[in-house]
Design a protein around this ligand. Sequence first.
Ligand code: MEV
Length: 446
Amino acid sequence: MQKEQHFVHGFSKKTRDEKLNYVVDNHLSSDEALTLLKSFHHTDAKIQNLLEEFSENTITNFPLPYNICPNVLINGKSYMVPMVVEESSVVAAASNSSKFWFTRGGFKTEIIGTEKIGQVHFLWKDDKQLLLNRFDELKELLRKECFEITENMIKRGGGILDIQLKDFSHEEPGLMQLYTTFETIESMGANFINSCLEQFASTFKKWHAAQKEFKSDGLEIIMCILSNLTPNCRVKCYVETSIDQLDNIIDGVSGAEFARRFRLGVRVAEIDPHRATTHNKGIMNGVDSVVLATGNDFRAVEACAHTYAAHSGKYTSLSHVSIDNDVFRFEMEIPFAVGVVGGLTSLHPLVKLSLELLEHPSAKELMSIAAAIGLANNFSAVKNLVTVGIQQGHMKMHLLNIIKQLNIPDVHRNDIVEHFKDKVVSVSAVRNLAEKWNLIEIEKIK
Ligand code: MEV
């Protein structure tokens, strides 16, 4: 029989503790759950309240590791980069790669652009030419009536760059858009852009209603929203070295052989979307962790990067390799929008600290840092994949996690790591060894 579904009324109106008790009483099995959830409340009530203001229906916090990748040399400047990520080996991979490239010129970046995009989507149920004829006049009015919102941004060197009319009526009758480009300087710009677009919509409606030559019901606004696809807010990042500098990057492997295999590894990702997805995921391991640590929107960054990866019409690798005149170059271009002011940047204490650690970067500098960490992760992953295989590096971290998970005392860690040096790691293999060596009580590990 199907379980009767229960609808909770007014959950959001309850206090934090009422919500917590409700969830535990009705959906969790024990008092231990309540204790566990409460144990993650911050001891400083001010910080706890702050965290609860970020979202709706918070009942506790969900901590993630805050990690450091040292020695990241970008455009000649060395950074200690904060990375928030839970996946074992991501930080180790970025750190190894950064260390390797530190003595080979480091990461170089170039900001290709910082243009953001917003759209007012509407139906035009009138003669299109009438709108085209008057579009310059409308554009001027849109800018003018938006000035209250854009004034400060203009003072800082940003604002509305351009407003174009785009026509999609061949795909949906009457569908058009005000395609608008923005410069938002140090902010990611989401609130600014959306406020401008909503002002555009109201100006557009008012202007339309005042024109005798237009049908009174000829304009229907569908929605106003920024686009997370910002191909012209893009950073190029690369590392480059002579092939002989790659000698013995893996013991006994020549630089030329390594470069040949590395290029092949990247070629597979250029050719096959299945591999490209995983390859790009490896890049985003690094990018997202910096984006998170600096209080930016990793969902937006992900969405943008993956759509861009398909901009040729086929989903492909974001990074590429060239080997010319014995010079190995590993490069990627990646678009995403991040900010160093607004949003969480001045609210979340750890975000503030991350920005301090990075010596208060500009938004462009932050793009470079996130891209460099992305390329660092990608380099490590492909390097391992085409040489020793991914499991060797991953498995050491995995093994340490298993040891913890099985409550094996720390004193036995090194012996176990040594034992598994040339063996396949699995939970059951570690459990069997722990039983054989009498390292833990059997009950505990079942
Ligand atoms: C794992 O998080 C990321 C990798 O799969 C990336 C890759 O395959 O290139 C190792």
